[in-house]
Design a protein around this ligand. Structure first.
Ligand SMILES: NC(=O)c1ccc[n+]([C@@H]2O[C@H](COP(=O)([O-])OP(=O)(O)OC[C@H]3O[C@@H](n4cnc5c(N)ncnc54)[C@H](OP(=O)(O)O)[C@@H]3O)[C@@H](O)[C@H]2O)c1
Length: 311
């Protein structure tokens, strides 16, 4: 993440004297860590990857522990009582077992660590996923919609959310569960890559809505939670841009921008949802906008992709 990009995510925030711990320094987690450094926080992180640990230290993180989140190996290495904790781990594969290890066992380990200490975490933000929702058929999905009965992977993430919802106030003063839509941004734009590569046909269909959110807007949402007034309490928020669009529309728009013919769709399903077709639905982020005043800098796909195309 570029310095300017980080700075934009934390405009006006001064976190000096605050300690933030990041679990899962991947695409989102690394950006959170860098933005927190810009805001003056003491930033610590956990990664399984020694080379990444070195890189994070070189970026200025104050402490980086190399460990598997689901283990207890790190429990004595990170001091309890962090002001802020952000759990951004994501299973990079490994099927259902990989999901369990990363999301459920990972959350259990975090809560065990917080519960055995006298000093609670101030605010814990967990980046969950809109995949916890089972609904399709064009439904508008706000946080009041049931989040049971999704795909097997979505159900595992929901299980990890429930662990956090049941956590003791003595361990974690408050939490936020952010159900993220499909993430895109710098260096992560699969659809654009496919079109740039000249794909004549894309998998799946163009007839369902893409619910997207740009990476920097996620970082802004995370910081909005971390510094939210105490009266906000613990909350679940959907985090998505404000204009879901049909996949076919997005593809046609990108193709036009690239000066290429729009590819067709082969109608197959993908493995992303265990072989199930992508649901058609509109994820509403009205609650976080209303409650925290979060405003995405990239309110629709055009704004986000224009920026990526101009780089
Ligand atoms: N991708 C999407 O479109 C999407 C959509 C909705 C929600 N989300 C959620 O958004 C969050 C951020 O996603 P992302 O794209 O930033 O993920 P990412 O780039 O894949 O990074 C996730 C990081 O988690 C770490 N990790 C995974 N399992 C771990 C474990 N057992 N112990 C320790 N570290 C572990 C990995 O770090 P190390 O290699 O350093 O261990 C990895 O870098 C995740 O919670 C994800 O579930 C993503």
């Amino acid at each position: 993440m570029h310095e300017a990009s980080c700075a934009r995510c934390v405009v006006g925030l001064n976190l000096s004297g605050k300690r933030l711990v990041v679990f899962g320094c991947g695409y989102v987690g690394s950006a959170v860590a860098q933005a927190a450094l810009v805001a003056g926080a003491r930033v610590e992180a956990l990664t399984r990857n020694p080379a990444k640990a070195e890189a994070l230290r070189a970026q200025g993180l104050h402490k980086v522990v190399v460990a598997e989140l689901a283990s207890t190996d790190w429990h004595d290495q990170l001091e309890a009582g962090a002001d802020f904790l952000v759990n951004c781990v994501s299973s990079g594969g490994g099927g259902v077992e990989g999901y369990r290890q990363c999301y459920v066992a990972g959350m259990e380990s975090i809560l065990e660590w917080t519960e055995k200490s006298d000093a609670p975490v101030g605010t814990l933000v967990y980046t969950s996923s809109t995949s916890v929702y089972p609904q399709g058929e064009g439904a508008v999905i706000d946080e009041t919609q049931p989040a049971e009965g999704a795909t097997p992977n979505g159900a595992i993430i929901r299980e990890s959310e429930k662990l956090l919802e049941a956590s003791l106030i003595a361990a974690c003063r408050r939490w936020f569960i952010l159900r993220l839509a499909g993430i895109y941004g710098p260096e992560r734009h699969h659809l654009l890559d496919q079109l740039r590569a000249g794909a004549a046909t894309l998998n799946g269909s163009g007839d369902y809505h893409l619910n997207l959110v740009q990476r920097d807007d996620i970082v802004k949402a995370i910081f909005a939670c971390l510094v939210a007034p105490e009266a906000t309490g613990s909350q679940i928020f959907n985090v998505a841009d404000t204009a879901p669009a049909l996949r076919g529309e997005v593809v046609a728009w990108l193709a036009e921008k690239l000066g290429r013919p729009a590819p067709g769709f082969d109608g197959t399903t993908t493995n992303r949802r265990a072989g199930l077709p992508m649901p058609d639905r509109l994820i509403s982020s009205a609650k976080i906008r209303r409650t925290l005043g979060w405003r995405p800098d990239y309110p629709d796909y055009r704004a986000g992709f224009e920026k990526l195309l101009s780089r």
